[in-house]
Design a protein around this ligand. Structure first.
Ligand code: BG6
Length: 501
């Protein structure tokens, strides 16, 4: 989120897991897009690291193919050739310290040839169990220092632990070797333009902030609904569940951007401090409250469009008696002056009828109704809806008078759609994140305190669900809008979920 579009300083991009899925689908195509926009450094090299010997020619072919497959538009041959020609390979395995010494020698060689001045980004596109050992091995090979002011940064991607203690342990392990400002934790939701725009909407306009508080807001709904099932990710997902997979990270990014106080400055430290403070203010609930204020459910066989879906428990690599939730809904309270008494309802699930992500802010009703005697059934609540995906825009819903002599009310909306105003560049969603890391701007990355505050808030729910086993686990049909219990969670408070559109 840097304002000037300058090329970053010379750098070597050291890509661990270079033969993996994340590299092929997102990271390398993002480097291509940055190159096409002339936003890569003039002196730029990629060192593709694998655990087993891969071979330079094979790696270049593999990366070239991944661009063909995953770039959204046809690639420019010259840019591809240039980018691929900057790739060299190295083998490194954290169980073999010598391989990291050899990596160090290779990097020194690249610096000498490419003029990259010892500046390095290590991108760990590897399973999370490899994070701490790899960082430790980098440290032991003296590759994490900042000799003569050289840049050394490490990028990692969720999951950051699977609960609070494991997240704290990982953070502590990383900080044994790195300073916090060298650690760039990706939550890919912060790469989405529409998510970044929440900051802009709130703090670049005078219009919204005065009403952005308990006096005017009735409640907030955050929905991340997915149509996908767990596909080939059974082993990972069954050990994780919807809550861990989505809430302390992606949904909490949305929640913290909506709930945070205005930062003193639009810089990484101020913004992340305010976001962490908002998460820190989420009420830590008792086990009884956790069960009362949450819903968890699993999908059973159904249809999503033309696709026939089996029971979750029959998916590959899922335990036949699994109690893992594929849908989670929570009611949270934020205990501060701005939000006291304003519930935040969150829900997310797989195998649902429609894919959409949005934050819906419902405003309080008019204090008195001046329209006695007319049919108010059609009266619609005032919502400000931040549409994140697949629709990208902002919608304000309100009531208007239907034309004509009789007094009746119509439900209308003002819509802003990104596509109507802006030309979009082909993007994977990683371009801004990678560019920011190269320029050292951590605003869109997660800081340790934010990660830990997120886990702290969901911990009571995880614990209550674990103790309850399959008691209280709901079911919903694949292709439906989710379990009835999620509707009941709001109905109990006299509210209901906004239906999308
Ligand atoms: C990932 C989760 O972090 O986010 C997936 O592990 C989920 O389960 C995905 O499908 C959702 O991302 P998006 O960008 O499609 O909303």
């Amino acid at each position: 989120m840097t304002d000037a579009h300058a090329r970053p300083a010379p750098i070597v991009f050291v890509l661990f897991g270079a033969n993996g899925d994340l590299t092929a689908r997102l990271v390398f195509p993002a480097l291509y897009n940055l190159s096409a926009q002339e936003l890569l450094p003039e002196s730029f090299a990629v060192v593709a690291v694998t655990r087993e010997e891969y071979g330079e020619a094979a790696m270049r072919d593999h990366l070239r193919e991944s661009l063909g497959k995953y770039c959204k538009e046809k690639c420019d041959r010259t840019i591809v050739d240039d980018l691929v020609s900057r790739v060299t390979v190295a083998v490194a395995d954290a169980r073999d310290q010598k391989s990291f010494e050899a990596l160090g020698a290779h990097l020194a060689d690249v610096d000498a040839k490419c003029g990259t001045k010892g500046n390095r980004i290590f991108y760990l596109a590897i399973p999370p169990a490899g994070f701490a050992p790899t960082v430790r091995a980098l440290g032991a090979a003296k590759l994490t220092g900042r000799n003569n002011g050289a840049i050394t940064r490490v990028i990692l991607e969720k999951p950051f632990g699977h609960d609070l203690p494991s997240a704290m342990k990982l953070n502590a392990e990383l900080r044994e070797v790195l300073d916090e400002d060298q650690i760039f934790r990706i939550d890919h939701y912060l790469g989405k333009e529409t998510v970044q725009n929440i900051l802009m909407l709130r703090f670049a306009n005078g219009l919204f902030e005065p009403i952005w508080k308990r006096e005017h807001i009735d409640h907030v709904q955050i929905t991340v609904a997915e149509t996908v099932t767990i596909g080939r990710r059974g082993a990972f997902y069954d050990a994780t569940g919807a809550l861990r997979d989505m809430v302390p990270n992606h949904l909490f990014q949305l929640l913290s951007l909506v709930a945070m106080e205005p930062p003193a400055r639009l810089d990484a430290q101020s913004v992340r401090s305010e976001k962490a403070r908002a998460l820190d203010a989420i009420r830590i609930v008792t086990p009884q409250e956790a069960l009362r204020d949450s819903v968890r459910a699993q999908y059973v066989a159904g249809r999503i469009g033309d696709e026939v879906v089996d029971d979750y428990r029959q998916e590959k690599d899922v335990a036949p008696n699994s109690t893992t939730e594929t849908f989670a809904a929570l009611k949270l309270s934020i205990d501060n002056w701005r939000w006291a008494g304003v519930p935040f309802y969150l829900r997310t699930g797989k195998a649902l009828t429609r894919r959409y992500t949005e934050v819906a802010i419902k405003f309080r009703e008019a204090p008195i109704s001046m329209f006695r005697g007319i049919d108010l059934d059609g009266l619609r609540s005032n919502y400000l809806v931040l549409q994140i995906a697949p629709d990208e825009g902002i919608r304000l819903q309100f009531n208007a008078k239907t034309p004509g002599p009789s007094l009746s009310i119509a439900r209308v909306a003002m819509d802003f759609r990104y596509a109507d105003f802006f030309d979009t560049q082909p993007a994977t969603g990683y371009e801004t994140l990678l560019y920011d890391c190269m320029t050292g701007d951590g605003l869109l990355y997660q800081r340790a305190d934010g990660v830990e505050a997120g886990w702290r808030a969901v911990e009571p729910f995880l614990e209550a669900w674990r103790s309850a086993g399959d008691q209280g686990l709901g079911l919903y049909r694949a292709g439906s809008a989710g379990p009835a219990e999620a509707d009941a969670l709001l109905a109990r408070d006299g509210r209901r979920w906004r239906t999308s559109s």
